[in-house]
Design a protein around this ligand. Structure first.
Ligand code: UDP
Length: 463
């Protein structure tokens, strides 16, 4: 057995999507900072996103390295550069998943060859629990979502309250949770409401989470302590709450600027634009690394921005230059020229340096799709949020933020969306405008939210 931390050799296996990859690389760098010998195993395009950060960390003394493995693009008919859900078009996403699942045999061989003392693997590697057992070492799962989301989903899986309501929009209670929480069937993920290959894969994931040594959670005690306790004591799952990792692992300017990719805007221009604005006057809109916004929704957001008295930074996802036609669809004629002239809205097509933007004093609010990383990053920056959940576990996260943490207002999104599906609920400009005024205006509720956020900020700084 090893007693000393600097003799520990740990392999980290991140999943191939920015929302999983970015925080697990943050976790790996934090382990390395403590003296652990860290190897992050991923494919070359994914490794390239972090090479400069890992280099900087190793120059400053961390024993951390990237180990790349081949990506079976040709076997699934993908372009070799597409190694990640976040860089894939919706059409190509199933192929990325197929290629990802093909990595198992070569990873198993690698793990046996490297003989680590521990494996920290994203939940999407359920098989690592068994491999770790064969080697007599622990596997820690990395679950990049909230305690609340975990508990809510376990409750729905166990009690199936959604089967007792008649329509998709009828409310049902989630029994046994620390707060009274209501949801509708239309807000639930497809892996709960439908039996298919993906839901069966989730069953395997859940089983391996129960059997592994424990789960690393990117959260912090003050934010959702009763759900942390519920997970430990009621569900009996051992966890470590080590977040928000965005805050702990990205202290240097370069860390914030290049986290997860090269920004699609000159950061000097971005900072100049922000520096000219009043404190807390800018609302930042970003739907994460996977969502290509529907053109009809683009039109509604553009109108809401035009009619608002506030400033905006609006990030529109763009995978590559071939996307330009799609990415420009939906913008009203002359909108962008107008925004450039009036300096009211800065549009970033592609990748935004999110941490840098959120932490700027001119930013006063965040419109988020409720990806867990974005929520934590918003909370860490002390920002009230407009919640706009779309897919995955985002409706649970919205519940936590609005009803438990009380730091958000919903834009009114009601229906879980199958990522990439053309048919999508469109939120109209009036509803967007109302939420914007609520958060950016001086309402008592909005001021209360800011006060609560200040308290956490002080707690996190140990004041
Ligand atoms: N992100 C970023 N710039 C972008 C889009 C996303 O830095 O333009 C980062 C964001 O800071 C977060 C992650 O990518 O760390 C997205 O994770 P999240 O859980 O919020 O959503 P997902 O992309 O998984 O839907």
């Amino acid at each position: 057995m090893f007693n000393k931390i600097d003799e520990l050799n740990i392999i980290f296996l991140p999943f191939v999507s920015h929302g999983h990859l970015i925080p697990l690389v943050d976790v790996a760098t934090l382990f390395a900072e403590l003296g652990v010998i860290v190897t992050i195993v991923t494919t070359d395009a994914n490794a390239a996103l972090f090479r400069s950060k890992i280099h900087r960390d190793s120059v400053s003394g961390s024993r951390i390295r990237l180990h790349t493995i081949p990506w079976p693009a040709a076997r699934v008919g993908l372009s070799p550069a597409i190694q990640n859900l976040s860089t894939a078009t919706p059409m190509a996403m199933p192929k990325v998943l197929e290629a990802f699942l093909m990595l198992q045999p070569q990873l198993e061989d690698l793990i046996h060859e490297m003989r680590p003392d521990c494996i920290v693997a994203d939940i999407f590697y359920p098989w690592t629990t068994k491999v770790a057992a064969e080697l007599g070492i622990p596997r820690l799962a990395f679950n990049g979502s909230s305690f609340f989301g975990y508990c809510a989903e376990e409750c729905i899986r166990a009690h199936k309250p959604h089967l007792e309501v008649e329509s998709n929009n009828d409310k049902f209670k989630l029994p046994g949770l620390p707060d009274v929480i209501e949801m509708t069937k239309s807000q639930l993920p497809s892996w709960i409401t439908t039996q298919d290959d993906f839901s069966r894969f989730f069953d395997v994931i859940k089983e391996s989470e129960r059997q592994c040594y424990g789960i690393i959670m990117n959260s912090f005690h003050e934010l959702e302590s009763s759900y942390e306790e519920h997970m430990n004591k009621v569900l009996g799952i051992k966890t470590w709450s080590i977040g928000p990792v965005s805050l702990l692992a990205n202290k240097e300017v370069e860390d914030k600027e290049y986290r997860g990719g090269n920004p699609s805007i000159e950061t000097t221009n971005l900072l100049q634009w922000l520096n000219e604005k009043e404190p807390k006057s800018v609302l930042y809109i970003n739907f994460g690394s996977l969502v290509q916004t529907n053109p009809n929704q683009i039109t509604e957001i553009a109108h809401a921005i035009r009619e608002s008295s506030h400033n905006f930074i609006w990030v529109v996802k763009r995978n590559n230059e071939d996307d330009d036609d799609i990415v420009n669809e939906g913008f009203p004629k002359g909108f962008e020229e107008n925004m450039i002239k009036s300096k009211k809205c800065l549009i970033i097509r592609g990748w935004a340096p999110q941490l840098m933007i959120l932490e700027h004093e001119s930013v006063g609010g965040f419109v988020t799709h409720c990806g867990w990383n974005s929520i934590l990053e918003g909370v860490s920056a002390g920002l009230p949020m407009i919640t706009w959940p779309l897919f995955a576990e985002q409706f649970y996260n919205e519940k936590l933020l609005i009803e438990v943490v009380k730091n958000g207002v919903g834009v009114g999104s009601k229906k879980w969306w199958h990522l990439g599906e053309e048919k999508q609920e469109i939120v109209n400009r009036e509803d967007i405008g109302k939420a914007v005024d609520f958060v950016m205006g001086g309402s008592v509720e909005a001021l209360e939210m800011r006060k609560r956020l200040k308290k956490w900020e002080r707690q996190q700084q140990g004041l």
